[in-house]
Design a binder for this molecule. Structure first.
Ligand code: GDP
Length: 431
């Protein structure tokens, strides 16, 4: 059985917690896109961890974890992460890295940093992890796949070519020092040695696992609205965050994905730039931010304060639809217990005219220029004014919390199968 766990929003929905929880019975957990640019927070019996590249199944003994072909492999960062997790676990991590994954190298990070510096006020809000230059190189066919470290006789020539092009850019556009091909080769050889024990044909491993009826989780990074094709372009990531891409990014048949669990928070958060229609400011925002997540809403990778807002059912309905969600995991319901009334955004408007809405019908999500001028239209629900942190039985939820969940289901047009009432694994209601 193959199941994808993906984000319905702008990322940070709590996918790490949900994947860690769902990984209990999984045989294989796969990261199929992205790199070290986003973090998944996991709190379990071994401690608190922010995983950036390792799949969230690393804490489940017996589960195989795969970093597949669709990812951006920042190997030095990964090695550090392996060290941190294996110390916490007091056991080696059970990991395979695709021989078709591509290397994210130091010059990708430099290019990202230099470009954001150059753009200044027009910046995209990059995490400066080299992701955009990495995927640009991948699709320009000048990337380096892992197998090439060990079996490409022309690798040195290719690296010289890569350095030449980058150096022209570095020296002329950014006024920075050129690249030294010798140094880049040394970096590649060094990471090659370190990751060698993990390298495998992971697509074949996965197809074999499917044949044997094993349970496989595909773990998405970021969320639908940061998808390169269907998100708020250009304020998106440079890969596809959708379950539809998971098949290609992992190297499995699309028809093998049976379940798609879209994760969304009971309120909205957004790190980085781009339109965010329900964004709150001032004291109301600060209150929600400080109560959210496990210790306030601050980015797991960057520490940046997250932009916060009330639940955006318009964006989330679209996120669920474009992900193809078969059900939804709703996280952070506990966070809203302090509110007398809880607004939910069910429509976007401009000058009193509806631009988009949640509820019945197919979601249509406006483009960025329309979103920039959209105003949220809220329906107000009664709060429950009770601390529900850790509640693990639906019957113990206050009636207004149950009504809130039912209202969101109605607006999204898809069932909520998991309700999370705290950052810890056991703080969960499975319906
Ligand atoms: P991910 O990238 O989607 O895994 O999300 P992050 O880990 O970046 O952000 C989610 C934040 O919410 C983390 O701080 C989690 O520990 C926290 N979290 C997850 N589920 C819940 C929940 O149900 N309640 C609360 N209060 N925090 C949660």
């Amino acid at each position: 059985m193959v199941r994808a766990i993906v984000g319905a929003n702008w990322g940070d929905e709590g996918k790490g917690k949900i994947t860690d929880m769902c990984a209990e019975n999984a045989d294989v957990v796969v990261r199929f896109q992205g790199g070290s640019n986003a973090g998944h927070t996991i709190i379990n019996e071994y401690g608190k961890f922010a995983l950036h590249q390792l799949p969230s199944g690393v804490f489940r003994k017996g589960a195989t974890n795969i970093i597949s072909n669709g990812t951006a492999l920042n190997a030095p960062y990964l090695i550090e992460e392996i060290k941190m997790v294996s110390e916490g676990l007091q056991a080696p991590v059970n990991l395979l890295i695709s021989d078709r994954a591509q290397l994210l190298l130091d010059f990708h990070i430099k290019r990202d940093v230099y470009e954001e510096e150059r753009l200044a006020d027009r910046k995209f809000g990059s995490t400066k992890s080299g992701i955009a230059p990495f995927y640009a190189d991948k699709f320009s066919k000048v990337g380096i796949q892992v197998w090439q470290i060990y079996g490409d006789d022309d690798l040195e020539e290719k690296v010289k070519g890569i350095c030449l092009k980058n150096s022209i850019l570095f020296e002329n556009l950014y006024k920075k020092p050129p690249l030294d091909p010798g140094q880049v080769m040394a970096e590649i050889r060094e990471v090659g040695e370190k990751i060698k024990p993990y390298v495998a044909d992971t697509s074949a491993c996965l197809r074999q696992a499917i044949k044997e009826g094993k349970s496989i989780l595909l773990e998405g990074q970021l969320g639908a609205l940061r998808d390169i094709e269907h998100g708020i372009y250009p304020f998106v990531t440079s890969s596809s965050t959708l379950a539809g891409y998971a098949a290609s990014g992992a190297g499995i048949p699309p028809s093998s994905i049976e379940e798609i669990l879209a994760v969304t928070k009971a309120y909205s958060t957004c790190v980085g730039e781009g339109p965010f229609v329900t964004e709150l400011f001032g004291d109301v925002a600060q209150e929600l931010r400080s109560r959210g997540g496990d210790a306030g809403e601050y980015g797991a990778t960057t520490g940046r304060p997250r932009r916060v807002g009330f639940f955006d059912a318009v964006a989330t309905k679209y996120g669920c639809e474009i992900q193809g969600a078969t059900s939804v995991a709703l996280t952070g319901l506990d966070v809203l217990g302090y509110l007398d009334e809880i607004p939910v955004c069910t429509a976007y408007k401009k000058d009193g005219k509806a631009l988009a809405q949640s509820g019945s019908g197919v979601a249509s999500f406006p483009n960025v220029s329309v979103l920039n001028h959209a105003e949220p239209s809220y329906q107000i629900l009664a709060g429950w004014k009770k601390d529900i942190r850790g509640v693990d039985k639906e019957s113990e939820l206050p009636d207004n919390a149950k009504r809130y969940v039912a209202f969101l289901e109605e607006q999204l047009g898809v069932g909520i199968s998991i309700i999370s009432t705290g950052p810890k694994r056991e703080e969960t209601i499975v319906r």
